[in-house]
Unconditional design. Sequence first.
Length: 327
Amino acid sequence: MPLAVRLTKQGGPEVMVLEDVAVPPPGPGEATLKHTAVGLNFIDVYQRSGHYPLQLPAGLGQEAAGVVTAIGPGVSSVRVGERVAYAGAPLGAYAETRNYPADRLVPVPEGVSDEAAAASLLKGLTAWYLVCRTFKVERGQTVLVHAAAGGVGLILCQWLRHLGATVIGTVGSAAKAELAQNAGCAHPLVLDAGNRRELPAKVKELTGGAKVPVVYDSVGRDTFDVSLECLAPFGMMVLFGASSGPVPPFDLQRLAGGGSLYVTRPTLNTYVARRDDLLAGARALFDLVARGVITIHVNQRYPLREVAKAHLDLEARRTTGSTVLLP
């Protein structure tokens, strides 16, 4: 029987148990997939650890690529033998084989590898909605991206460069600054607790006093306050993650003081709830990947059996770019 990671409780990496699981024939609206690569994301850590609640027992992982081996009644959106990928619930991507809702699968085109698809779809769709939907970036604008050397950050930098924007990016080390710069970040800034308060002045300097129209912030608590100070009047604070912890409640009057600012907390699920939007985002991403505009940096690969080590490395910030598990 195929292997899958199962959780019966939340906690440290040791709670992830590999089990033999029986995969039934696909039901109505489902397709059976044989996974070839599974994406690893920080939200997996939150769900495993208990930071996000789960109904237990549960699987883990929400991004993978593979081949359709069977389809259930009423399925017309995919066919047997097709290469596909997905990003989103239901959880259970940490598996060799599984059933998945067919209408949430997207085709993987020629020119995009299974590893690139599995490592990029969730993060790439996130980058797509951030720069094309939440705040539509225009050529010539300067934007601020936190965690610019992370999985989403590296894709964001490349996409923004393609759009003709100038990127100011924050990173955690000189090595990560180089990664971000190679991905299109014009001004990588090493940011830590010691110099965080200097960020608004640095952004003001780099923009000739204008500051930026948008900040893309996946860090949360540690960067939120200084991010607001980097915004130009009418600027938008896009908080799409909280790797340093949730942002405490704050006085909305601060938005007035900053110049009629906006704050939004978008989620990928909202932007791809309709299949047409899901397909549009995937096509836009995979087109740029196939054309070499965006390079997916799969910098770590772990066998599925070493999933605990993968989580430990991710939590310890020992990873860069994207990571895949190989069933």
